[in-house]
Design a protein around this ligand. Structure first.
Ligand code: ZN
Length: 327
């Protein structure tokens, strides 16, 4: 996939395209960023561009080389991951790849090696790789993918160009999910909960999440200070395991952001599929009220993360929400 298919990360793509144009790509990179944000895709886009037979700076996407990279079967790309059931990337895996890199590439102008997650090289395997990293044989390009470059040895870091990837925005995640064929209702539900990670978005259980969203919305609409039972029932129903509770709060937070937008007279919201409900709720709030609501959801989230009693914290939160909506 050409760089134009990489969503977000414009600054990084710019840096890489510029270095391709001037023929000054580094021989070793560290791509650091949250998992699922597009580090591997960008690494493959870079390799595809370097290998492409069309002779432009970006990949053409259609030549035999580009097609092989896209299909994941290009013989000159060496991927190194921990073996199944193993935590670390072993010295012998790295020896194998060093031997492969030392051989003449099959068809590409140079070989490429992608190590992921690079922080799984333990001290001795990382040390065994230092010389290769400093002077990759046959002008090979090496890309280390990690969530945190600080987990790599300083001697590794100093031999690579570090590029930092930011998490994707909910809007970018939504676009990517839809591009991968997900219906827009599900994509809009998952995107705000994904922490900027496609992987996380796909891991979230769609069906149960949609059910919980609907339950949450129903509860929100029913909350009333005059019928305190609505408050206790809501917190009873929505305090599951700690992770579930945090997911519910994330959902609530993303609704409340939309309500802040609506209360401020801005119609651009993330959770478009539930716009009518959010509009009904935001009619009951003014802007300061909507902002206070978002704040108290954040506070609740923090205290539950610090192991506060979830049920009590939610009681308190739903009481605040009921008061805000009644005002
Ligand atoms: Zn090509």
């Amino acid at each position: 996939m050409p760089f134009s298919d990489v969503l977000g990360h414009e600054r990084i793509v710019d840096i890489l395209l510029r270095s391709l144009r001037t023929g000054k790509t580094a021989h070793a990179y560290i791509f650091e960023g949250p998992s699922g944000c597009g580090r591997r895709k960008t690494a493959l886009a870079l390799v595809q561009a370097l290998f492409c037979g069309a002779g432009t700076n970006d990949a053409c996407g259609v030549c035999p080389s580009c097609r092989k990279v896209a299909a994941g079967n290009h013989a000159d790309i060496h991927l190194v991951n921990p073996l199944p059931d193993k935590r670390d990337i072993s010295i012998s895996q790295l020896r194998d790849v060093q031997r492969d890199l030392a051989m003449r590439p099959y068809e590409a102008p140079r070989a490429a090696c992608i190590i992921e997650p690079a922080d799984r090289m333990n001290t001795s395997s990382a040390n065994s790789f230092l010389k290769t990293l400093e002077e990759p044989p046959g002008n090979a390009i090496i890309i280390l993918i990690t969530e945190n470059a600080d987990m790599l040895l300083p001697t590794i870091r100093s031999r690579c160009q570090l590029l930092r990837f930011a998490p994707l925005s909910p809007e970018q995640i939504r676009l990517l999910l839809e591009r991968d064929g997900m219906d827009s209702a599900t994509a809009s539900l998952l995107a705000p909960l994904s922490d900027g990670s496609m992987q996380r978005a796909l891991e979230l259980d769609n069906d149960s999440l949609a059910q919980r969203r609907d339950l949450l919305l129903r509860r929100l609409e029913q909350l009333s200070l005059e019928r305190v039972v609505t408050i206790f029932e809501s917190s009873e129903e929505l305090s599951g395991s700690r992770d579930e509770t945090l997911e519910n709060l994330d959902m609530l937070l993303s609704f409340s952001r939309d309500m802040v937008h609506l209360a401020a007279g801005c119609s651009d919201i993330t959770n478009r599929t539930i716009r009518p409900t959010l509009e009904r709720l935001s009619c009951r709030l003014d802007l300061p009220g909507a902002l206070r609501l978002a704040d108290s959801i954040l506070d609740t989230r923090r205290s539950i993360q610090r192991n506060a009693n979830a049920k009590l914290a939610l009681d308190h939160l739903f009481m605040n929400i009921a008061a805000a909506l009644a005002a």
